[in-house]
Design a protein around this ligand. Structure first.
Ligand SMILES: Nc1ncnc2c1ncn2[C@@H]1O[C@H](COP(=O)(O)OP(=O)(O)O)[C@@H](O)[C@H]1O
Ligand SMILES: [Mg+2]
Length: 334
């Protein structure tokens, strides 16, 4: 006798066009019924255009009939909203006192190292006026979708990415929207994007500790915040403001990351603190949270980011960051 589980297992391999994640990972399978050799499968049409629906009807039918005992398959669609289908374990925001300290880089690093370890990861680029995530990951082209939702494009490692950059006619167009509109975009990125099941959704916040990051934090159910800084930063002030924000948002600081912490000379392999003495321990103490990482200045990083190949990067500092992050914020239910 054919079972639900057998059919579901086959459906795990059916990929959604335009996303390349499976219909089960995107939580699009609403119902499976089997009677007298006939499987009736109900899918949710959220974020799927007509073409994608037609394609899936065929593929899901084919996949179901591979199960022995299933002679006939009937595939139908019901409407649904992405927000109702998304199952996101941890939402973690990355914050910094100012721009240019490597906030987006750290967001990208954490995302790619979690993805390498087998976790399902998404990045919500919340830096509406200075989006840089798609470029780092080499993502071009517009996301597909329908009236009901948007399908986030996927990186080479399988990271789902959503950014205002992907919706603008021209990648270099400036976004000059202010507070309320930015809030609306973020709300849409949360409710109207079909993320599906994710272990982690990382949010690249706008720089600073003023209104913009606050809007984002108010919109999303955050599990915690990571603070990025450099040895040049006015550490005490950044932490104080970040802590105030976290408190107001009922969330916590998971840890701190010092970027551009040092430089290792290629010849002598000597560590030089170019921007001055490390502030990592001071920051950690002030934030009452662990140091998750200290990243060197690495010319290879800058080059890979510019070329859209951040996912090719690996280093000991990156591994340490990933391990520390997972210790501080283990996946939900694991
Ligand atoms: N550790 C590093 N080594 C080399 N280049 C870096 C490093 N951190 C950041 N950069 C480069 O500095 C620039 C700013 O980094 P980014 O992550 O975009 O900062 P933010 O998001 O805080 O504005 C980028 O071009 C990035 O490639
Ligand atoms: Mg940035």
């Amino acid at each position: 006798m054919a079972t639900h589980d057998q059919i579901r297992e086959k459906l795990d391999d059916v990929l959604v066009p335009g996303s390349m994640r499976s219909i089960t990972k995107l939580n699009l399978v609403r119902d499976i019924e089997i009677s007298n050799g006939k499987a009736s499968i109900t899918l949710v049409s959220a974020a799927l255009n007509e073409e994608a629906q037609e394609w899936l009807k065929v593929k899901v039918g084919d996949a179901s009939r591979q199960v022995s005992g299933v002679e006939e398959a009937d595939v139908s669609f019901v409407e649904g909203k992405p927000g109702d289908l998304n199952r996101i374990g941890r939402v973690v925001a990355v914050m910094s006192g100012k721009g240019g300290v490597g906030k987006s880089l750290v967001t990208g690093f954490v995302a790619l190292s979690l993805a390498r370890r087998g976790y399902e990861v998404g990045i919500l680029d919340g830096d509406i006026t200075g989006p840089s995530i798609p470029r780092m990951f080499g993502i071009k082209g517009r996301p597909s979708g329908s009236d009901t939702g948007i399908l986030p494009p996927i990186s080479k490692l399988g990271i789902e990415i959503m950014s205002i950059n992907l919706l603008l006619p021209n990648e270099d167009d400036a976004v000059i929207w202010r507070g309320p509109l930015i809030g609306k975009v973020i709300t849409q990125f949360w409710e109207d994007v079909l993320w599906g099941s994710l272990d982690y959704l990382l949010v690249d916040l706008p720089p600073g500790t003023a209104d913009a990051p606050l809007t984002v934090m108010q919109t999303l159910p955050l599990s915690g915040v990571v603070i990025v800084f450099t040895p040049q930063d006015l550490a005490a002030m950044v932490v104080r403001k970040a802590m105030q924000m976290a408190e107001r948002m009922n969330t916590r600081i998971i840890g701190v990351v010092e970027n551009m912490s040092y430089f290792v000379t290629p010849d002598s392999a000597k560590k030089i603190e170019i921007f001055g003495k490390s502030k990592a321990q001071d920051m950690a103490r002030a934030a009452a949270a662990p140091v998750l990482g200290q990243l060197p200045i690495d010319p290879e990083v800058a080059a890979l980011c510019d070329e859209g190949h951040i996912e090719r990067y690996s280093s000991e500092a990156l591994d340490n960051l990933a391990e520390a992050f997972l210790r501080a914020m283990p996946p939900q239910g694991k």
